[in-house]
Design a protein around this ligand. Structure first.
Ligand code: NDP
Ligand code: 8X3
Length: 254
């Protein structure tokens, strides 16, 4: 991929956390980057920092019409997406299923599942036509490892993992690559503040005393995977901070 001087990336969820760091890293790597999110003021800040190689794009991935017309609205020089980073996503709530908010569940499904599928559906035909491209989906360890309160969030990330593998099956014989990145505990983003509906103290407690991964670690991973030679596809990669590992299964006792 390094030999293509016109590499174009589209990063969803570019206004904060992983997406923001991924944009910074990809511009540094020589990409022109379409940075998509709802909060355009934050995207404009990124544009001011990174210059004309970054194009801010207001996009709610839940907006079916806006996503469908995305390929036709991208300006010249940013149209032929080589690298799609489907990063926009969120967790809402950590209540057990019987106490969880149905609205929260719907928002997670609309964003992490339907939104990611819609953006892929809009961008993939162009990649196949050019027989060139790479889709990097932001999954999570929550898609593999169940935990109390992970209910629908983990379910959405399990979708991302299987969807990524099934894309590879459909794309057999093309030069399109697909990767699912599955991060564990990562601080320095708005993830937990969003999850706990703005409760900063609760959010901070998730990372207390633990050396978590940070957004630059995820950007580094994206940069590395995207720069691998075209014959080399990382199907999935699971990454955790060294401070995070596994516990025994729970047993309820009388
Ligand atoms: P942040 O909350 O910092 O970033 C989430 C990004 O998604 C924001 O830019 C937000 O932008 C965007 N977003 C949310 N909803 C929408 C929407 N409807 N349309 C467009 N953009 C949207 O969290 P992270 O950076 O931590 O999370 C990024 C991804 O990584 C998510 O998919 C998350 O599930 C995943 N992840 C996070 C981990 C962590 O521990 N932090 C670990 C594993 C996976 P805006 O609000 O401006 O639209
Ligand atoms: C984010 C990681 O463990 O909080 O996807 O679900 S976790």
């Amino acid at each position: 991929n390094q030999d293509n001087p016109n590499r174009i990336a589209l990063v969803t969820g570019a206004s904060s956390g992983f997406g923001r760091s991924i944009c910074q890293r990809l511009v540094k790597d020589g990409y022109r980057v379409v940075a998509a999110a709802r909060r355009t003021a934050l995207l404009e800040d990124l544009r001011a920092e990174l210059g004309p190689d970054l194009l801010p794009l207001e996009l709610d991935v839940r907006d079916a019409k806006a996503v469908a017309r995305l390929p036709s609205t991208l300006p010249q020089g940013f149209g032929d997406i080589d690298l799609l980073v489907n990063n926009a996503g969120l967790a809402l709530g950590m209540e057990p299923a019987h106490k969880a908010s149905l609205d929260d569940w719907q928002t997670m499904i609309d964003t992490n599942v339907t939104g990611l599928a819609r953006v892929t559906h809009a961008i993939l035909p162009g990649m196949v036509e050019r027989n060139r491209g790479h889709i990097i989906n932001m999954g999570s360890i929550a898609g593999s490892y169940p935990y109390p309160g992970g209910n629908v969030y983990g379910g959405t990330k399990a979708f991302v993992a299987q969807f990524s593998l099934n894309l590879r099956a459909d794309l057999a014989g093309t030069r399109i690559r697909v990767t699912d990145i599955q991060p564990g505990l990562c601080g320095g983003t708005e993830f937990s503040t969003v999850r706990f509906h703005g409760d900063g103290q609760k959010a901070a407690s998730i990372y207390q005393g633990a050396e978590a991964l940070g957004p630059d670690d995820i950007a580094e991973t994206v940069s590395w995977i995207a720069a691998l030679p075209p014959h080399f596809n990382v199907n999935a990669i699971e990454i955790m901070p060294t401070s995070q590992s596994f516990s025994a299964l729970h047993v309820s006792r009388s």
